[in-house]
Design a protein around this ligand. Sequence first.
Ligand code: FAD
Length: 516
Amino acid sequence: MDGRCDVFYLRAMTQAEQYDVVVVGSGGGALTGALLAARAGLRTVVVEKTEYIGGTSAYSGGACWLPGTDVQQRAGLPDSTDAARTYLNAVLSDPDQDKLEAFVGHAPALVAELEAMGIDFVPVPFAEYFDAPGRVPNGRSIQVSAVDRADLPAEVAPLVRPPVELDRVGQGGRSSLTGGQALIARLAAAYVEAGGEIRTNLPVTGYVTDDAGRVVGAAAMTPEGPVELRAERGVLVAAGGFERNPEMRAAHGVPGDAAWTMAPAGTNTGEPIEAAIAIGAAADFGGVGWFCPGLEQPSGAGSFTLGFRSGLMVDSTGRRYANESLPYDRFGREMAKAPERIPSWYIFDDREGGQLPAIAIPQGDADEHLAAGTWVKADTIAELAEATGLPVDALVEQVERFNSHAEQGVDPDFGRGQDEYDTFFAVGTGPNKALTPCDKAPFYAARFVLSDLGTKGGLVTDAVGRVLREDGSTLPGLYASSNSTASMFGGVYPAPGAPLGSAMVFASLAVRDLIG
Ligand SMILES: Cc1cc2nc3c(=O)[nH]c(=O)nc-3n(C[C@H](O)[C@H](O)[C@H](O)COP(=O)(O)OP(=O)(O)OC[C@H]3O[C@@H](n4cnc5c(N)ncnc54)[C@H](O)[C@@H]3O)c2cc1C
């Protein structure tokens, strides 16, 4: 069979199904876009590669950095669109002003629209990540309120991805859904109630274009063969990044490892990004990722860790290299700066009864960590150093130095405890809440790798979510948001909820544009 016959045969075997809008992926951005399209009366399908909807968004805390909305107003927070604009201009490096304006300008209208549909939001206190003009004390992030699985439509209830600690061991979800699960569940419920369709276990493999190069659908693969999902108005790609694709990570300089990412197994391997590039989309991989220190699990996975309450992080030389209370993305970027920092060891004492003095999602069982060697326990710091292979003298000296600084309440090396974020999770009772001596035997060391909450490089879009070509023209019919795009925040994670907030805003702007 020659090439022409192959193509003919494939076309003949491919079934085409007709929609107005095809949404690729089912995270927070995808479902926001899908919901708005369905509510506008468009025949909409959400196409999800795995058996569950929600991806990493379902694992998340569901915090959305959507500034200047009625929610912050109702709560009396000192937030405003102006303050958010000031903050972003202060913390971002040369931001695209059109996108910045689109983001801060549209966030209030989006939240008002979702609340009018019954998806209500509440503030979630969480300090912002930079001491900069426009910062709101205790943050301005918001999240949707909890929902019971029993109150969801029958076609949505079993589909919501379980929380990470259950999903990783193959267990189902709980009956009460909070955080990211609540966000996914409530968006999906409103979407199917508006007539939207969800198709799971259906990986998108490429796009369908017409003779003029316009994207008129998506190609997907079923066990029975390929299908075409035709999209009269457009295709919205919001299918995560390429966290689970080692080759793409290497090609685009994403530090860490596919095994350490927080993206669920079997999800984001970047085909929707690569397929768009293959039909002429421009891409920018400069933002690299949303990083975090990852507690290494006996399985080899990483666990997103934040809010260290006591203890200190050292590299393979036994020395500290950063303020452990930094916001997690900023700490992750410090880890990525030198090879001797991956893995690192977190040294802590017994003041929390042998549990890691931090929020690790998930922590895992302490005894299993000790049995696997991802944690080590010893009666003295010197013995701990020997058991981990760290240089004994250097670690002993480092812990003594750290303890003397903790007693004085100052960290002349890295300034731990000076910023609002440093003390947000801290519980110390000494002169510096974030600086607690490590002096209560026995001692522990937990191995840390560099994890991520997602990659953030991908398709280049304009201020309304249209995918652009290299020459700056639009690729007609193709829209994108979420971690499938080059983030408007570049290499900065400005505040809690920035990934979801930006994904939702640009998905909704994209749908506005394709509605026309
Ligand atoms: C524990 C944790 C807490 C977090 N907390 C927050 C928070 O509070 N606020 C916040 O903003 N961010 C948070 N994050 C980060 C945030 O969750 C992610 O960066 C964000 O949700 C990514 O959204 P996404 O839509 O790009 O990808 P995802 O949510 O991962 O969704 C992508 C979906 O697309 C599907 N897909 C991929 N390829 C295809 C294909 N070829 N065909 C069809 N479907 C495909 C995947 O299977 C997946 O379901 C957190 C992350 C973690 C792990």
